[in-house]
Design a protein around this ligand. Structure first.
Ligand code: ATP
Ligand code: AMO
Length: 432
């Protein structure tokens, strides 16, 4: 007999025997009638045991079942309007494949709300909740869409080293590791490698991989290990890669709406597909909006959280770009405007007050890059392996990095980024 998922049960099964595997979500024992709610990856089904209609040993076994035990059920499908799914299964056989201990460290039925910390401590149980499963099923779709979209646009998927020798995004947020007799770090971004691949002639690459940042602050939007969706593209500028980015976001929303209806329902969510093109605000305009709302920021400094909130109030909880950042705000590889070198060809993609991505056109001229590295107080010698690629034919290029968890949390209205990761790593959490 072939195994069925609960969601696959339909009219064609009525009167037939099926095989189910799953967890005991709930048991209701009414004396002469026992209901078991069996849960699998795809949903629930009611297993109904009227004492007189099931084998005596099956009825006895059901009486002793413990919630969250793993069971196998063989039984006959009946149409039953009173059952939550419209069908029920009258078992011929129930086998306990593994009994769960009591009491459970965490309620899977969500009848008792738990703190996020408790949930994360027992994440395997937390993840059994349909609402939580839904997040990761949508995450799966999101990553599938990203891959499909970028492949369709001529990007080649690559993997770059995660054990590296230099910082790329400013020196403070690195995790040092010992690498035999040398000092090494966990990578903050595939930045240098994706740029080298432009010199290597790949023209368009993408990577979906981990980035590690020793964030001091424990916020609801920072992780110490995150997944970054990175692209790098030759023979284009910042405008070219912004267009790819906004189209990618829309594609992800469209695919999720089309393919994840069930999971959106589990989350009680209705997604609005963002419209193109995304609005643009210059850094100077952003300062002005923030100033009018009482948040004064000196020109050249990064936008503060209150300033971003003020901006979101003005623009709305939508996707928009902040463009033309001061050169001093952005990393050494950002290309300054020829006619106004104090600002650079850079952008951040926002959703309301949350930064989702940032990118730039890159400096592709060797001398200019060396000067820029020095101007940031860095030593060009530690970038030798990177700089060499700029001396023998580096094309003009641009790219961006998009935080996968940020994208997911903004799409699903998650209040804490930890909800978007299976096993989050934050300032205090290294387990599970
Ligand atoms: P039946 O027609 O099977 O005799 P009933 O209405 O007499 O059902 P009881 O045997 O008294 O119901 O069961 C007690 C409770 O269980 C009632 O609230 C009933 O609505 C509910 N119930 C009974 N059968 C089902 C079922 N197959 N699915 C869901 N709920 C049920
Ligand atoms: P940036 O440092 O802005 O740019 O990072 C890109 C995106 O990665 C996500 N992100 C994070 N998500 C969760 N927790 C963190 N600690 C965290 N840090 C970053 C954010 C952010 O927008 N090399 C450039 C990109 C480029 O220019 O190509 C870079 O790393 O969503």
């Amino acid at each position: 007999m072939q195994r069925k998922w609960t969601s696959e049960i339909g009219d064609e099964d009525v009167g037939k025997d099926i095989l189910l595997y799953g967890w005991v979500h709930e048991i209701r024992d009414l004396g002469g009638l026992i209901f078991i709610i069996l849960r699998d990856r795809e949903g629930f089904i009611q297993v109904t045991l009227p004492k007189k209609k099931v084998p005596a040993e099956t009825f006895e076994l059901a009486k002793k079942l413990k919630r969250e035990s793993v069971i196998k059920v063989v039984g006959t499908v009946k149409k039953e309007p009173k059952a939550p799914q419209g069908y029920e299964v009258i078992p011929k056989e129930i086998e306990v494949l593994n009994e769960a201990e009591v009491p459970l460290p965490l309620e899977v039925t969500e009848k008792v709300p738990a703190e996020l910390d408790t949930r994360l401590d027992h994440r395997f149980l937390d993840l059994r909740k349909p609402k939580i499963q839904a997040i990761f099923r949508i995450r799966h779709q999101m990553l599938q869409s990203v891959r499909a979209f970028l492949c369709e646009h001529g990007f080649i998927e690559v993997n770059t080293p995660k054990i590296v020798s230099t910082a790329t995004e400013g020196g403070t947020e690195l995790f040092p590791i010992s690498y035999f007799e040398k000092e090494a770090f966990l990578n903050q971004s595939p930045q240098l490698y994706k740029q080298i691949l432009m010199s290597a002639g790949f023209e368009r690459v993408f990577e979906i991989g981990p980035i590690f940042r020793a964030e001091e602050h424990n916020t609801t939007r920072h992780l110490n290990e995150a997944i970054s969706i990175d692209i790098e593209m030759s023979f284009t500028d910042h405008e070219g890669v912004m267009k790819i980015l906004e189209e990618l976001i829309v594609r992800v929303y469209e695919d999720v709406v089309e393919n994840c209806e069930k999971f959106l329902n589990w989350l009680n969510l209705k997604l609005d597909i963002p419209s193109l093109p995304f609005e643009r605000v210059t850094y100077d305009e952003a300062l002005e909006i923030a100033r009018k709302k009482g948040e004064e920021i000196p020109w050249g400094e990064d936008l503060t959280t209150p300033a971003l909130r003020a901006l979101a109030e003005e623009i709305g909880d939508v996707h928009y770009f902040i463009v033309d950042w001061p050169t001093e705000c952005k990393p050494f590889y950002a290309m300054p405007y020829e006619d106004r070198p104090e600002i650079c060809k850079s952008f951040d993609l926002m959703k309301g007050p949350l930064e989702l991505a940032s990118g730039t056109q890159r400096i592709h001229k060797y001398d200019m890059l060396v000067e820029s590295i020095k101007a940031k107080g860095l030593n060009p010698e530690s970038f030798e392996f990177y700089l060499e690629a700029f001396r023998y034919g580096m094309p003009p290029h641009a790219g961006w990095g998009l935080g996968a968890e940020r994208l997911l949390m903004s799409m699903l209205n998650l209040k804490n980024i930890r909800e978007a990761v299976l096993f989050p790593r934050d300032r205090h959490r290294l387990l599970p």
